[in-house]
Design a protein around this ligand. Structure first.
Ligand code: TRP
Length: 351
């Protein structure tokens, strides 16, 4: 069991600030390999959080099925792929608990009770659900499981009594809806069984796609995956959107919306040299090819060790499955305790 609160004297300050809510729960739908956007927006932080918090990381395969029932094989395959991404970037299974959602039936059980604490109208008003329904073109044919997944996400979070949930901005409505259910449950049962949570939204905004679109996303085909080969990185950098008005080398260039510079800001460790490069670009006289050469070098250097670890780990699928099995077993004990408390609070305990 990872220790949620460090016991050494030097860690006392961290422990004190963490004590109020020392449990983190976060998750991903395993529908494809993770990419640089995930790295900047969440994976990097998880590697840090695991030292100070008890961190549960969920492979939300059951939630992924709510809009992938036509391709269950994709979800199955990507559970191991995403787990490989986790370990390759430095998530340590000795410190973080990685679990598979579908293998913890208590999560489905909790969902079933929480569904009575939320109305269909409220689910339909959830902005994230609303946007996803529009995006997927469900119109009136919304799978009931999809419409109600906020209640399932509430189960994910509350089962572990997580006080902190690191998520992207688009997930804030899920946290709000979770807290509504928590408050209603605690009020109705007159017990403080469930814990309210806070979203931990990364300060760094979301990373745009290589094409300049606001979001890096698998379905838009504008990603650089964490496991990308050297050749794939080269090809992606060639396609990176820069400044369409920067036609000749001597023209002054623009940094706003310039993906090459946005990525350099995120990943180039040499900030002083980068500042100089930006000034030169804006002044004019610096060609895109030089900027892209730097970007290529930075990305190749950053991703090479991640790719190497990923390839090494991928050779031993048995090890990955063992990590997932142990993490899931440990997580299930916690979820089962909460499910017992929830049922007792609802009068559903008999023997
Ligand atoms: N809905 C989240 C996403 O699409 C994934 C997820 C499932 C999750 N369960 C969670 C995130 C619990 C945080 C907490 O990214």
């Amino acid at each position: 069991m990872s220790t949620p609160i460090p016991s050494t004297a030097s860690s006392a300050a961290t422990a004190a600030t963490a004590a109020a809510s020392s449990v983190i729960l976060t998750g991903d739908r395993p529908t494809g390999p993770l990419h640089l956007g995930h790295y900047v927006g969440s994976l990097k932080n998880r590697v840090v959080y695991q030292h100070d918090y008890q961190q549960f990381i969920m492979l939300a395969d059951a939630q992924a099925l709510t809009d992938n029932m036509d391709d269950t094989g994709k979800v199955h395959r990507n559970v191991v792929e995403v787990a490989l991404d986790y370990l390759a970037v430095g998530i340590d299974p000795g410190k973080s608990t990685i679990l598979i959602q579908s293998q913890i039936p208590e999560l489905a059980e909790l969902t079933f009770y929480y569904l009575n604490l939320v109305t269909v109208a409220r689910l339909e008003r959830n902005p994230t659900v609303k946007a996803e329904i529009a995006l997927r073109g469900f119109e009136r044919d919304i799978p009931a499981g999809f419409l109600t997944y906020p209640a399932s996400q509430c189960a994910d979070i509350t089962a572990f009594k997580a006080g902190l949930v690191p998520v992207g901005e688009d997930q804030i409505p899920m946290i709000e809806q979770t807290n509504e259910i928590v408050r209603r449950f605690n009020r109705m049962t007159e017990r403080e069984v469930l814990v309210e949570c806070k979203a931990l939204v990364p300060e760094i905004g979301r990373l745009p796609g290589i094409d300049g679109k606001a979001k890096m996303s698998k379905s838009l085909g504008n990603t650089i995956n964490l496991g990308a080969s050297a050749a794939e990185i080269t090809a992606a950098v060639k396609k990176v959107y820069t400044d369409p008005l920067h036609l000749r080398v001597e023209d002054p260039g623009h940094l706003e919306g310039n993906v090459a510079f946005i990525y350099l800001d995120a990943f180039d460790p040499e900030k002083a040299a980068l500042a100089e490069m930006k000034a030169h670009y804006v002044r004019g006289g610096l060609g895109d090819s030089i900027v892209k050469k730097r970007l290529e070098l930075v990305l190749q250097e950053m991703l090479a060790p991640i790719r190497a670890r990923r390839e090494e780990l991928a050779k031993d699928r048995g090890y990955i499955l063992q990590v997932l099995k142990e993490g899931t077993a440990k997580a299930r004990e916690v979820a089962a305790r909460t499910a017992d408390e929830v049922k007792a609070a609802l009068g559903l305990s008999y023997f």
